[in-house]
Write a protein that binds this ligand. Sequence first.
Ligand code: GLU
Length: 426
Amino acid sequence: MSVQVKEIIQLQEEVSNPLHEFQHHLREVCELLRYSEAVYELLKEPLRFLTVRIPVRMDDGTTKVFTGYRAQHNDAVGPTKGGIRFHPEVTGDEVKALAGWMSLKCGIADLPYGGGKGGVICDPRQMSTAELERLSRGYVRAVSQIVGPTKDIPAPDVFTNPQIIAWMMDEYSEIREFESPGFITGKPLVLGGSVGRETATSKGLYHIYNLITQMKGIPTQDARVIIQGFGNVGSYLAKFLYEQGVKIVGIGDANGAIYDAGGLDVPSLLERRDSFGAVTQLFTNKISNQELLEQPCDILIPAALGGQLTKENAPRLQCKIVIEAANGPTTAEAERILQERGIIVVPDILANSGGVIVSYFEWVQNNQGFYWDEATVDKMLQEKTERSFRKAYETSLQYKVNMRTAVYMVAVRRLAEAARVRGWVD
Ligand code: GLU
């Protein structure tokens, strides 16, 4: 058995590790594109990966030391870019994979960036505002040497919000002794944020929803949609779809899920959710998140964490299309089963790229010191999303591959080309 075959089998056995998922797809695509081993070796891990320990004074006077990470996948095309997540289950391999996926998102959307990602192992739901502020500032002090507006530009991700981003921007400006709005994106408007950034990921997903349903001949208004996750992305997406007349039949959050075949009252749920997107605790007829995924619907949108659609539940899903709003919600094995069952998966690296697209607009506006109105941002986001979708769809038809492989092909080709002309690989 060749080393490569062994490696693929090993990767398939360990599918729950997101880095192995990333490497598995990367290996496949490098072989399809007939790239040298050097290209795979260059892209399979981030170019730089920093682990930091952050001491934080807690409100009770004790000191707690948190572990954080920053991964810079590849900067052949431009500075690295990607969010920072605060979550108790963050791992180093997860952050490395997420950085790789950011490279692919920037590639398909044609942004002048490579991918980056950060994470801190913590539970912000259990922390006070003052503790969160000290942690956010501590993280920036710990990674300040390797980030910057022309090096690596962070942004929000799971459980990080514009307030956390504002503290981070302020800390960075203190360290560098100058105002540096372009160091980070997802800022509040008053600190140089962009109109439309907060809703950008869900707006992008909304455009993707319209494109794929039209393409598959599913009448938009009659579709039944389940959204797992009611945070920044899931809640705005539910709102946009509901306003368009789509029936949202199920939503889930960290506490459970609710399902109603007749359609949920989305505006009332939006009003009652807390700042972490929790709302289902208010209901007595709850089901589990796993049960939610298997309920009947036309479009299933996982918008929470990774690893949700697995080889166990994939045979039982009752949807026609999966749109990945979260990063990495479908394992490679689950995707294979869904493909065999004729269920289309619109991959995260295409579907949720609205966030980084408007982050790019924010960074451009910071660099030029001139700010656009909402109509301009919306129009440019829609154009970029449609272009990315078409490119992915055409590539998938041309090479007879699924849309995830198509996005990998477009993005890896761009990275490899940049690395080649720089003289890094042949
Ligand atoms: N965290 C978001 C993502 O995973 C946005 C990243 C950014 O805006 O840089 O795409």
